[in-house]
Design a protein around this ligand. Structure first.
Ligand SMILES: [Zn+2]
Length: 360
């Protein structure tokens, strides 16, 4: 694609290639690694730890805790962050990163062994947790997390989350790989998008060994754009479509999965160029459509309540009148009144007051 770039842009990209690698986090550094700090947690050298990082600081409600796994190597090196599902319905990121966190790749004597690792890897399979749960690209307030960066602590919900993600997860990285798919209704040819005029992004984009690299600045408000402005190497992988994932994963002992991670080190005997590497095995995931209630359901429910309150008493009233149970039981409830008064005489006997008994 480089021959289609404007001359001025091509010069910038060539300059980036000449400038070479971002010196930050060089594996040749003689400094010994220290404890890695993430948010308020610490990860010891040569260990791996999963931390729950809340996207929001709330006193009530769900703070949306996302899982961040930190693999802190015992050798000096860069901090590489891998992000999935920044858009909640783009599933290839969660699938690939969860696969990478499995015992096939992580742990003692595995390709990613904290004891032998040079540098630190932070893996966040699902960033946009509420969107992932709702199977939606967006946050619950309808905003796009990847258009609110670097965010504000006094902004809307998505902006506050963007600020926490950028400050805690992205800002402390030397390199970021952000795994996406095409938006809803489209499918992307697997590709890397990066600002190739940025040396660090250029390096990691080429390390992918992928056929298609698109040179572009990140959209305004995207994490990629904000990270590049801070000098962080950032690439976006785009492949497949939403709500379904088509992935090509290597089998055991194949290096396809970690060649990108290893591009900064290349210390193993088995290391080779990722270009043309064999990827074997296919994983195909399709999410079934769920029956979703329309948005007006809540309104319909609220509107139907007054009708229920009015109609139900009317029906009960009618049933009472037609049932006729008053015919059966009225006589038991109306007391009989005796109109004849009985008068007590002085002799203690009862007599009729309307008859003069003395005239007999
Ligand atoms: Zn996306």
């Amino acid at each position: 694609m480089s021959n289609q770039l404007p001359r001025s842009r091509r010069k910038k990209v060539e300059q980036a290639l000449e400038d070479g690698v971002n010196p930050k986090g060089s594996p040749r550094s003689k400094k010994k690694p220290k404890i890695h700090r993430f948010a308020r947690s610490r990860v010891k050298v040569g260990t791996m730890r999963t931390i729950r990082f809340p996207l929001l600081e709330t006193e009530m409600g769900d703070p949306w805790p996302v899982r961040v796994t930190v693999i802190h190597g015992s050798k000096p090196g860069p901090v590489l962050t891998l992000l999935g599902a920044v858009h909640g319905d783009e599933l290839i990121g969660p699938m690939a990163l969860t696969h990478l966190l499995g015992t096939q790749f992580c742990g003692p004597d595995r390709p990613i062994d904290p004891e032998n690792l040079a540098g630190t890897i932070r893996i966040v399979p699902v960033v946009n947790l509420p969107g992932y749960r709702m199977r939606s690209r967006y946050f619950p307030d309808g905003r796009d997390l990847n258009r609110e960066s670097p965010g504000s602590s006094k902004g809307n919900t998505t902006s506050r989350v963007a600020q926490r993600v950028f400050k805690n997860i992205i800002a402390g990285s030397d390199y970021v790989i952000d795994v996406h798919t095409a938006a809803r209704g489209r499918t992307n040819l697997p590709q890397i998008r990066a600002d190739l005029a940025d040396p660090a992004s250029n390096l990691i984009a080429r390390a992918f060994g992928i056929e298609v690299i698109l040179d572009s600045l990140g959209p305004r408000g995207s994490f990629r754009r904000s990270a590049n402005e801070m000098g962080i190497g950032y690439v976006t992988y785009e492949g497949g479509g939403t709500s379904s994932s088509f992935g090509l994963f290597s089998s055991s002992n194949s290096e396809g999965m970690y060649l990108v991670l290893d591009a900064k080190n290349n210390s193993r005997d088995t290391d080779s160029s990722s270009v043309g590497a064999d990827l074997i095995g296919e994983v195909y995931v399709t999410v079934e459509e769920r029956v979703m209630l329309p948005k007006i359901s809540a309104y319909l429910l609220c509107c139907s309540l007054p009708f229920v309150v009015i109609i139900a008493p009317l029906i009960l009233h009618q049933r009472y009148n037609r049932g006729g149970w008053h015919d059966v039981s009225t006589k038991h409830y109306i007391p009989e009144v005796d109109l004849m008064h009985m008068v007590e005489t002085t002799q203690g006997s009862t007599s009729n007051p309307y008859v003069d008994e003395t005239d007999v």
